[in-house]
Design a protein around this ligand. Sequence first.
Ligand code: A3P
Length: 299
Amino acid sequence: ATEGSDIPLKKNWSETWCTLTIGFDEVLPQILNMEVRDDDVFIVTFIKCGTTWMQETAWLLMNNLDFEKSKKLHIWERSPFVDHRGLQPDLPDIVELCKNLPSPRVLKTHLPANLLPFDIWKKKTKIIYVARNCKDVVVSSYHFLKNLGSWSGDNLDDFAEDFMNNETMYTCFWTHIVDFWKMRNEPNIFFTTYEEMKGDLGKVIEKLCKFLERPQLTKEEMENILNHLSFENMKGNNQTNLTDTIKGQVPSAKEEFQFMRRGIVGSFKDELSPALQKKIDDWSREYLAKHGLTEEDIF
Ligand code: A3P
């Protein structure tokens, strides 16, 4: 792809594909070499897996449930999206901004394991990884990227095809997830799923407190955090619902763009045709079989 082109740039990094935009050429070396602090916490996800939900959760746990501050400051100011400038080169230098953040920092990235800062592996920095079932990610990212103007096709069938051909942002989906699933028992890795969070967020929070070396919450604190993190409350909160922020930043975003869309498990059931569901399942099964895995092992 040539300079200024919007054709995604495919790179073959240590035998895995990650489809990124041209803008990443500039920021990737900076991210790979960024200085990571011992007490940093990285939220690592493939897109649309519940990143923002987990960011808000982890930020609150790392900041003594400071609801006041969380309601005053935008999530991206409290917990920067490290690779954001790779997608939007007109943004300020986010890696540089991270240097001014007080510790402990809660940082977000969608980069796969093999493109994370080298320091993370040297320092064994804490990583919270959130996975989500493939068919819901296809549906969620279709609405997200299409309404953002970042995918120019017509329908879900075509989008799913591009997704499975690793031609949409940050794909390959399964490589992203399987790399972390394999590392899930490392002491610095906390692996969870959107489905687990939807099933019992309180239990995930209890496990997170242990992982983050934070005191367990009292009954009242737990009620307060669960209330703050509900879909409805995060949707009604401009510091966590990114709809207006993204619309303001991305000129190609359409009027109908909604960041908090359905927030459920299984939206694929009424949005994907049975034939498309089968196609994605077959594709997933084939990929996972090479690693001796099935979807049920992960979700
Ligand atoms: P849907 O598009 O299926 O509604 P990310 O932050 O990784 O971009 O993920 C966005 C997805 O997480 C969206 O999914 C969004 O609705 C969902 N989400 C965000 N906050 C949530 C919450 N508090 N509870 C449940 N789902 C939430």
